[in-house]
Design a protein around this ligand. Structure first.
Ligand SMILES: NC(=O)c1ccc[n+]([C@@H]2O[C@H](COP(=O)([O-])OP(=O)(O)OC[C@H]3O[C@@H](n4cnc5c(N)ncnc54)[C@H](O)[C@@H]3O)[C@@H](O)[C@H]2O)c1
Length: 289
């Protein structure tokens, strides 16, 4: 049987590294497309700027690697990954154009499946000048997206871009609304600031281990008939040692609407849709000690 092939964009970055590692461990041949080479190369990298359609199509072409086997799909992580660290128009240009070009290239080249990186930031409370509480808890996919910043806006636009390409080309596209990505080395520094829970209020204490994000990306590529929809990917638990009840009491006292009871250290953003759709289960839980 031929070895399945997968494209990962932004594979030289934080999440991409673990996504590439997971696909390699799962028996895939992986091509990384990024503007820079990774610190620790795991697979072949094609250096390309995804804001350029010509470069994107060329990089995604099966011919570009001398191996004409078709790709099972694209996992698109490349982006400017947060607000306020680059000029807003640059965030708008890079994040919107790169996602447009990635999905346009999929249509042109017959690549049938994609995962794109949306974000919990699309809900707005992460980067708003003045923090506002969610309308209800736990936040789910039906919660309004109310960004007041350009980064969050690009994620909303990218979800609309995905819907257009799904209608046009039939590409299967899941937009993962990703919680705060945590790598193994991130746990200790977060734990060291457990006495400052307000640090992580803006992300509602959400997190997702990069390895659990990676397994969800693979499931989304391996399953058929998923259509096109946004799906939250976040852990079952929080990245705080306090109970969720205590976090809500201290930091979200105005939130009175609960779609379900939150007990113990239950997450404040819901991964129920992800579990129902993909059968995904979390393997890496926040180590409290
Ligand atoms: N890190 C998080 O907590 C988090 C949370 C929610 C969503 N996300 C999203 O997940 C994705 C990955 O985030 P990350 O933390 O790994 O980011 P990262 O910055 O570590 O990696 C992004 C990669 O994209 C590449 N890139 C940027 N512009 C490009 C272009 N025009 N062409 C080709 N490559 C380009 C960069 O060189 C970089 O290697 C992003 O889309 C981000 O918005 C991240």
């Amino acid at each position: 049987m031929p070895i399945p092939r997968i494209l990962v964009t932004g594979g030289s970055g934080k999440a991409g590294h673990w996504i590439i590692q997971h696909f390699l461990e799962s028996g895939y041949d992986v091509i990384n497309v990024d503007t820079r080479r990774p610190a620790t190369p795991l697979c072949r990298t094609i250096v390309a700027d995804l804001t350029q359609l010509g470069q994107t199509v060329s990089a995604f072409s099966a011919h570009s690697t001398g191996n004409r086997a078709p790709y099972a799909g694209v996992v698109h992580m490349a982006a400017i990954p947060r607000a306020h660290e680059q000029p807003n128009d640059e965030i708008f240009r890079v994040n919107n154009l790169s996602t447009y070009n990635v999905l346009e290239a999929c249509g042109l080249l017959g690549i049938r499946k994609a995962v794109i990186a949306s974000s919990e930031s699309s809900y707005g409370y992460c980067f708003a000048d003045r923090f506002f509480a969610p309308h209800y808890l736990p936040v789910d996919e039906a919660h309004p997206q109310l960004p007041e910043d350009t980064y969050g806006l690009t994620k909303v636009i990218n979800e609309l871009t995905a819907a257009m390409f799904h209608r046009r080309d039939g590409t299967q596209i899941l937009s993962f609304r990703i919680g705060n990505v945590v790598c193994p080395e991130d746990y200790a520094p977060i734990r060291a600031r457990f006495d400052q829970p307000e640090d992580r209020l803006r992300m509602l204490w959400s997190y997702i281990d990069a390895r659990d994000l990676a397994s969800a990306c693979r499931l989304a590529i391996e399953q058929d008939g998923l259509g096109c929809e946004p799906v939250i990917i976040a852990a079952d638990d929080t990245s705080s040692s306090l109970t969720t009840e205590e976090l809500v009491k201290r930091y979200l006292p105005g939130t009175k609407t609960f779609k379900r009871a939150l007990t113990g250290r239950d997450a404040l953003i819901s991964n129920a849709r992800l579990k129902a759709l993909l059968g995904w289960r979390q393997a890496h839980f926040f180590p409290l000690t």
